[in-house]
Design a protein around this ligand. Structure first.
Ligand code: PLP
Length: 380
């Protein structure tokens, strides 16, 4: 059966699997060779050419999940992001970029683009007008991310994609927070989907990779650049990724449910001043989230009512680990002003709505009652 007709949970398990003529196993074999016979092949197979069987297996599974034509698997999310910018932009070009983006992307933009003679505008807020007024005659692309980090703001995927198209620009989305289970931007008109696979796709906080899913034509352009930068992924990690992806749908559905449960419970708790979660009816973009997402995701943030208590609260947690990263099966908590947003000045953080009391929760797959009990116990 063609995988296009299958549902996401089935694609997670089956799409892209390589046949195993030697072992007759149901799993893809791991094929680690970096030297391959060339006489019978059109294309030289080599890990840094992004065309080994295990790389292709992961790319195929992610293509099936994101409903894209072609994919590229890289050694990190940042390898994917730097490939996007350096493929699509040349000296003299301009890029339109959302201001509340992942810290690593922000630092790539402010530290590297100028050196390459590329200018950019960081767009404040999520209004389409703000994106439109940032477009210049030499603009080539719009880069954005939704839900945003750490306040879970929702940007209009369809609106930004059509704005880009109307101005003959390419649109690129970082779809890491939503995962392909909760949001499929290619079906909403976006040109390129990027993932930090280190998060939900890997899902067990034990590996690092990145992915680009797009049209066949753009994939070829990205691959050409990526071969020069060299950020490829080895066969064993590709196999671990393939294995992780088999449970992606199960994991993310559970994470969606757990996050909704915790968001509701925290929202009603007197020890909590505010909860930011797109699944809550009072979230300012709840309706937009309902329109463009299949689930609200496993990320939420909140502020404790007791000012200045974020660090002591985290120290009292027994189950939830204060840790960096996100998207794993275990629930972890971070304090953005001390972690992801530490390089911003206090004033910049305030302007972005990131208070010193803000806590960001990456909800795992544990029993939600145990998670809530741990959070509530740490408040008292
Ligand atoms: C982690 C992350 C990245 C960067 O990915 P790496 O795999 O760490 O290079 C990019 N975007 C978002 C939203 C992330 O969370």
């Amino acid at each position: 059966m063609h995988s296009k007709n299958l549902k996401a949970a089935t694609k997670c398990v089956h799409a892209g699997t390589i046949s195993d003529p030697v072992g007759n196993g149901v799993n893809s074999p791991i094929i680690p060779s970096s030297a391959t016979r060339f006489l019978d092949l059109e294309d030289n197979v080599y890990p840094r050419y992004f065309n080994t069987p295990n790389q292709n297996a992961v790319a195929s599974k992610l293509c099936a999940l994101e409903q894209g034509e072609a994919g590229l698997i890289l050694s990190s999310g940042m390898a994917a992001i730097s490939t996007v910018f350096t493929t699509l932009l040349k000296p003299g070009d301009h890029a339109v970029i959302q201001d509340q983006i992942y810290g690593g992307t922000y630092f790539f933009v402010v530290n590297e683009l100028e050196k390459l003679g590329i200018s950019y505008t960081l767009v404040k807020g999520s209004a389409l007008d703000s994106f439109e007024s940032a477009i210049r005659p030499n603009s080539k692309l719009i880069y954005f991310e939704t839900p945003s980090n750490p306040l879970l703001k929702i940007y209009d995927v369809r609106g930004i994609a059509s704005l880009a198209r109307n101005h003959q620009l390419l649109s690129i989305i970082d779809n890491t927070f939503a995962s392909p289970i909760n949001q499929n931007p290619l079906t909403l008109g976006v040109d390129v989907v990027m993932h930090s696979g280190t998060k939900y796709l890997g899902g067990h906080s034990d590996l690092c990779f990145g992915a680009l899913i797009t049209s066949g034509e753009l994939q070829q352009q990205f691959r050409k650049t990526a071969i020069n930068w060299g950020g490829s992924l080895d066969a064993v990690t590709c196999y671990q990724v393939e294995r992780s992806l088999k449970t992606l749908s199960l994991r993310v559905h559970r994470q969606n449910e757990n996050a909704m449960y915790l968001a509701n419970a925290l929202d009603q708790h007197t020890g909590v001043r505010a909860v930011y979660y797109p699944g809550l009816k009072h979230h300012p973009n709840h309706h937009l989230a309902c329109e463009q997402m299949n689930g609200f995701g496993g990320m939420l943030s909140f502020e404790l009512a007791n000012e200045g208590s974020a660090v002591s609260f985290c120290k009292r947690l027994k189950l939830v680990a204060p840790a960096l990263s996100l998207g794993g099966v275990e629930t972890i908590i971070s304090i953005p002003c001390l972690t992801s947003h530490i390089k911003m000045s206090a004033q910049e953080r305030l302007a972005a709505g990131i208070s010193d009391d803000l806590l960001r929760l990456s909800v795992g797959i544990e029993d939600p009652e145990d998670l809530l009990a741990d959070l509530v116990a740490a408040m008292d």
